[in-house]
Write a new protein. Structure first.
Length: 447
C-alpha cells in the first residue's frame, strides 16, 4: 500500500531492498535455502530452523539430537563414521569398517543370521618327473634338487589356501636292478645301443598316493618336501613314464577327492620326452618284454589329459624343464589338452629353462588355482541385503557375466550358500596372507 500518501508503494520485507529495521532482504528468496535471509528479513542463524544458503541443514531445536535428525549442532550433515547416530543411519561406531557390528554404510547387520565365512581351497596334485635325466646339472644344482627347492618355496607360500598333494614318476628311487632291459648291443645306458625297451621299475608308477602325507591337504608343504627323494638316491636307469605317472595321479586324486564340485587340478612337470618308442630311443613295456609292440603312449597321454578336463572337469597345467632342447612340441600338446594354457603369448606350457624361470612357472600356477569362492554357513534373509568387504573395501553384487569380464564385485556362485569374488576383489583376496572376506547380512526393513 501507500500509507504515507507519496504515491509510491510502502517498503516491505521481501521487496529486495534493505529498508529501515531490516538486516537483509533477498526478495522472493527470503526464507528459502538459496538465501541466508529469513522471511522476516533477519539473518539466519544455526538453530533457527531456516536452512540457509550457508548451512547444509537446520532442524531448529532438533539439531545435534542423535537418532532424531541428520543435522549436527553446527548445521552440517552427519556422515557415516563420525560417531553421531543420524536419523537415516542404523548405527555409527565412529569408523567405516565392516565386520564390527556396524557396516561401512552405517547399517546394522542381523546379528542372529551372520554367516561363518570359509574360503574354498582347491586341490592341486604335483606330478613330478623323477627320471634319470633330472640328476643333470641345472644352474649349479641338479634339476631334481632345484625342483625340490622350488616345490618347497611354492607349497610353503600357498599351503594355507591350496590343498597340495604329490606323486612322482617312476616311483622307485633306484631302477637298474629292478628293471629288465632289452637292447641289441651292450648296456642300455652306457653302451652303443640306439633303441631299447624296458619293463619294471624304470617305467612303473605305483597306484594311489605313496603315503597319507602326500594326499591333498592344507599345510602340507613339509610333509611333501620331506618325502621327496634326494637326487643322490636317483639312478640314471629311471625312465620317463609320463603317461602312467599322469594316469595314476589322476586316479589317486579322483579317489581321494571324489566330489566333482570341489576344485581339482594337476600340475604335470617333465624334463624330457615320454618313454615312447615312437618318439625316441626308449620305450616302456607293459607286459612281456619279449612280445614288445610299439605303442604311441604320447598320443594316449594327450587323450588322457583331454578326457580329465572334458569329462571330469580336472585341468592340467604343464611345466617343461628345458623343453626347447627337443620336446617342446609334445608338452605344447599336453598343455593345450589340459584346458589351462599359459596366458603368456605364443606358448601353452609353462617353460622352466633355468631355476628362476622354473620357480616363476610353478608359482604362477599355484597362484592361478587359488579360487575366489567363499562358502557361507547360512543363507541370507534377503539375498539382496548382503555386504561384502575385502581388505577394508566394500564391493557390490554383480552378475557372473560381469565377473567373466573382470568387473569388480561379487556374485552368488551357488545360491545362496557360496559367493565368488571378481576383479579387484578377487585380486585383493588372493593377495592376503590368509585370504578372507567380511560378509554381513542385513534385515529386510533395516531391523
Amino acid at each position: 500500500g501507500d500509507g504515507d500518501g507519496d504515491g509510491d508503494p510502502d517498503p516491505f520485507c521481501g521487496d529486495g531492498t534493505i529498508d529501515q529495521g531490516e538486516v537483509c532482504d533477498d526478495g522472493p528468496a527470503n526464507g528459502t535455502n538459496t538465501s541466508d535471509c529469513t522471511d522476516l528479513c533477519a539473518a539466519t542463524v544455526c538453530g533457527d530452523g531456516h536452512d540457509g544458503l550457508s548451512e547444509a541443514c537446520d532442524d531448529g531445536g532438533n539439531n545435534g539430537q542423535a537418532g532424531v535428525t541428520d543435522c549436527l549442532s553446527d548445521c552440517t550433515l552427519t556422515v557415516c563414521g563420525d560417531d553421531f547416530l543420524g536419523a537415516s543411519e542404523g548405527c555409527d561406531d565412529g569408523n567405516t569398517n565392516d565386520g564390527d557390528g556396524c557396516s561401512s554404510m552405517c547399517n546394522i547387520p542381523c546379528f542372529a543370521e551372520q554367516p561363518t565365512v570359509n574360503a574354498v581351497p582347491p586341490n592341486l596334485v604335483l606330478v613330478l618327473d623323477k627320471s634319470g635325466s633330472m640328476t643333470v646339472d641345472f644352474g649349479g644344482a641338479t634339476r631334481w634338487d632345484t625342483l625340490v627347492q622350488v616345490v618347497a618355496d611354492v607349497t610353503s607360500t600357498y599351503e594355507n589356501v591350496v590343498k597340495f598333494g604329490a606323486k612322482w614318476y617312476p616311483t622307485a628311487d633306484k631302477c637298474e636292478n629292478q628293471t629288465q632291459f632289452d637292447c641289441t648291443n651292450f648296456h642300455p645306458v652306457f653302451g652303443t645301443c640306439q633303441a631299447y625297451i624296458a619293463d619294471g621299475a624304470a617305467c612303473d608308477v605305483d597306484a594311489g598316493f605313496d603315503s597319507n602325507q602326500l594326499k591333498p591337504d592344507l599345510n602340507n608343504s613339509a610333509s611333501i618336501v620331506n618325502a621327496l627323494p634326494a637326487a643322490s638316491d636317483i639312478d640314471g636307469y629311471c625312465w620317463t613314464p609320463s603317461q602312467q605317472g599322469f594316469e595314476e595321479s589322476l586316479a589317486a586324486l579322483k579317489a581321494e577327492v571324489p566330489d566333482p564340485t570341489e576344485d581339482r587340478a594337476i600340475m604335470l612337470i617333465t624334463d624330457g620326452l615320454i618313454s615312447d618308442g615312437l618318439l625316441g630311443p626308449r620305450a616302456c613295456v607293459d607286459g612281456n618284454i619279449n612280445n614288445y609292440t610299439a605303442t604311441d603312449v604320447h598320443t594316449e597321454l594327450v587323450a588322457a589329459i583331454a578326457d580329465a578336463y572334458n569329462t571330469d572337469g580336472i585341468p592340467t597345467y604343464v611345466v617343461g624343464i628345458d623343453a626347447a632342447s627337443g620336446f617342446e612340441a609334445e608338452v605344447e600338446e599336453y598343455a593345450a589338452a589340459g584346458g589351462v594354457p599359459n596366458p603368456a603369448p605364443n606358448v601353452d606350457y609353462y617353460p622352466g629353462d633355468d631355476p628362476a624361470e622354473l620357480l616363476d612357472a610353478i608359482d604362477a600356477i599355484a597362484a592361478a588355482v587359488v579360487t575366489c569362492e567363499i562358502q557361507l554357513s547360512v543363507p541370507p534373509l534377503d539375498p539382496a541385503l548382503v555386504g561384502v568387504t575385502v581388505n577394508g573395501v566394500a564391493y557390490t553384487q554383480i552378475t557372473s557375466a560381469d565377473c567373466t569380464n573382470n568387473v569388480d564385485g561379487w556374485y552368488y556362485s551357488t545360491p545362496y550358500s557360496a559367493i565368488t569374488l571378481c576383479g579387484t576383489a578377487c585380486d585383493e583376496f588372493k593377495a592376503l596372507s590368509m585370504p578372507t572376506a567380511s560378509v554381513e547380512y542385513f534385515c529386510p526393513g533395516g531391523g
